[in-house]
Design a protein around this ligand. Structure first.
Ligand code: AMP
Ligand code: ZN
Ligand code: FE
Ligand code: FE
Length: 288
């Protein structure tokens, strides 16, 4: 197992064009080197398809690559993202469930585009033109298509208008419960960490009784360092982490040019990475 040095720069949440990042896994690894990262995790939404390319690109760079995912889960209308590290990518349940989520996302995106097409000049081909083959499709690809058609200036503007819930074009997609998502990552030898759990303020941070249920099925950590977590929410999360001895991470949630988030704008302490490396048994980190 690679040893974590106290001066290491560690970013455990990034997206490539395998989901809704704007850079290929190869370009993302180059960006990680340019940002002087020692450790980077590739965590595409609902897909492990970028792992191989990222490993090839990491070779010879000295960067330690942690294979990961950001799994979509949902309770009613509330979307809950679960980061998973070092799980077995061939685990039957993970393979089946991520395929089901990606399929649900695809059909949901087609329906969103059908609704948008009533009011805007936009086709499904426009969306395909903005996504790479086999990518996990999401609202960002629709946003890029709206930008390409000149309806909005950038992704964020699309999210603030047509792709916002209140305008009625958007609908949720299939996703398992947080409990099932966390359980399946843990059962596949992985380390499940709740992604940005305080984006909607302290009142929306997971209730303690629910958190305990999630810990019971294997939740190992909380992503507290994330630009969208509120201050009050972070304070609550720190209390939880202390009380339940959870791993604490901080990461960028880098999407290339798709979001303002920059690599290493938040980072994870080496001792916390050490805990992830010790717990994860379903796949190996790759020392590039
Ligand atoms: P979806 O998964 O289809 O519901 O879309 C949500 C994804 O869009 C998340 O991964 C976000 O990172 C991304 N996203 C959300 N808001 C924005 C924004 N303002 N600009 C760019 N990307 C965004
Ligand atoms: Zn994303
Ligand atoms: Fe997320
Ligand atoms: Fe993310």
């Amino acid at each position: 197992m690679p040893k974590a040095d106290p001066s290491m720069l560690i970013d455990l949440h990034t997206h490539s064009s395998v989901s809704d990042g704007t850079q290929t896994p190869t370009q993302l690894m180059r960006a990680a080197v340019a940002a002087e990262l020692d450790v980077v995790a590739l965590t595409d939404h609902d897909s492990t398809a970028g792992w191989q390319e990222a490993m090839t690109a990491a070779s010879g760079t000295g960067v330690l690559l942690i294979p990961g995912i950001e799994l979509s889960t949902r309770i009613q209308y509330a979307s809950v993202h679960v980061l998973g590290y070092l799980f077995d990518p061939l685990d039957a349940e993970i393979v089946a469930e991520t395929a089901r989520i990606r399929d649900g996302r695809l059909h949901r995106a087609e329906r969103i585009v059908e609704r948008l097409a009533v009011d805007y000049d936009l086709t499904w081909d426009d969306v395909l033109a903005q996504s790479s083959m086999g990518a996990t499709i999401g609202r960002p690809h629709i946003a890029d298509a709206l930008v390409a058609r000149g309806h909005v200036p950038n992704r964020s503007a699309a999210f603030a208008s047509m792709l916002h819930w209140r305008t009625g074009y958007v609908e949720p997609h299939y996703a398992p419960s947080p409990r099932d998502g966390i359980r399946m990552i843990a059962e596949a030898g992985g380390v499940p960490v709740l992604a940005h759990p305080a984006t909607h303020g302290r009142s929306s941070v997971v209730a303690e009784s629910h958190l305990r249920e999630l810990i019971d099925v294997g939740l190992a950590g909380l992503e507290i360092g994330h630009r969208e977590n509120t201050e009050a929410g972070r304070a609550q999360l720190r209390r939880y982490a202390e009380k339940y001895d959870l791993i604490v991470t901080g990461s960028s949630d880098y999407h290339g040019d798709g979001k303002p988030n920059r690599l290493a704008e938040n980072s994870t302490a080496p001792d916390q990475l050490e805990r992830i490396l010790t717990l994860g048994s379903g796949s190996e980190p790759f020392q590039g």
